[in-house]
Design a protein around this ligand. Structure first.
Ligand code: AVI
Length: 322
């Protein structure tokens, strides 16, 4: 019982390496410096994210799991039988694993993640637990382009996008991304997606700035990853984690803030000065209303939209068909 592995994202390919490095450098040189959130996920970053999901303050993972537990029978009915589950940003494959152990079984499981090694190790473990399910791993930056291998059948594809990762896109990019999913399935396909909902600012602020400092470590680890990939000389100790809920824009904004005036450089003779207090934008995490997200699914080409939520209305799970 073995998994199949497709490594589409490959930092060792000169062409991809150049374009990823260019993307990093261009973001750092913008007036408002920015690094895309996909660069959080090196191996340690994936582990730190797993630790975040266990924090008492980080309610999304727990709340989504409770929705799954409570509505499992309805979700099973919506998904039907004999489908291919395509897990976008599978991470530890923990969410899919929970579903499988609860008896919601696909005929084939496709785990997609940018963190290739972490995904491979997680998928191998899951395969040992559930050898009857055919499993394929795809190492891919699906935010750039969702290039699925040819051997994944088009019929009965269910895209699984839990955890409100859709919130890490701006709403227009989210709509484009969802339309791309609709384009990659036929009428027998579906989308099972988890979305974090607008709520009290204090709850949101605490979820993204926990007192233990795990989210701060996750954010600052980004600079370790950039040092390794770009050959930059960020000194992690110079950077402070900043995260807060912006009510007007319904999003968490996350930054790294320079504690003092400093200079960062990397090969290709590039150099960037930061003033004390200047920030690098690292992530937005948009929060939706159930109506707002239903409208987004609708404009992206989905119908038959079924929502489930928790008693506090903190998180929602949707199943939709193209
Ligand atoms: C992966 N993504 C949905 C997380 C979020 O909540 O936006 C990433 C994260 N950033 C800080 N904490 C968690």
């Amino acid at each position: 019982s073995r998994i199949r592995l497709h490594q589409i994202l490959d930092w060792d390919s000169p062409q991809q390496n150049t374009s990823l490095r260019r993307e990093l450098a261009a973001g750092l040189l913008q007036q408002q410096a920015a690094i895309a959130p996909k660069f959080f996920y090196d191996k340690l970053g994936s582990r730190l994210f797993e630790a975040i999901t266990e924090l008492p303050e980080y309610y999304p993972t727990r709340t989504e799991a409770a929705i799954f537990d409570k509505h499992l029978a309805d979700i099973r009915k919506a998904l039907g039988e004999d489908f291919t589950l395509i897990d976008l940003g599978c991470g530890s494959c923990g969410k899919a694993g929970r579903l499988f152990h609860a008896g919601l079984l696909p005929s084939r499981y496709v785990a997609v993640d940018i963190s290739v090694e972490f995904m491979r190790d997680s998928l191998q473990q899951l395969k040992r637990e559930l050898p009857a399910i055919e499993m394929t791993g795809v190492g891919l930056d699906f935010t750039a382009e969702l290039q699925l291998p040819d051997d994944i059948p088009l019929e009965r594809r269910t895209f699984f996008y839990p955890g409100s990762s859709i919130g890490n896109f701006s709403p227009p990019d989210a709509e484009r991304f969802l339309r791309g999913l609709a384009d990659r399935m036929d009428a027998s396909g579906g989308l099972l997606i988890g979305v974090d909902l607008v709520k009290d600012k204090a709850v949101l602020d605490a979820a993204y700035d926990d007192p233990l400092g795990v989210t701060a470590a996750f954010n600052r680890n980004l600079l370790r990853h950039v040092n390794a990939r770009l050959g930059a000389d960020f000194d992690i100790g110079d950077w402070r984690h900043v995260a807060f809920y912006n009510i007007a824009n319904a999003r968490i904004e996350m930054y790294l803030e320079a504690r003092r005036a400093l200079t960062v450089s990397w090969p290709e003779a590039a150099i960037r000065h930061f003033a004390a207090g200047e920030r690098i934008h690292t992530e937005n995490s948009y929060k939706y209303s159930p109506e707002g997200f239903t409208a987004l699914l609708d404009s992206a080409g989905f119908g038959d939209i079924q929502p489930w939520t928790d008693p506090h209305n903190w998180f929602a799970l949707f199943f939709a068909r193209p």
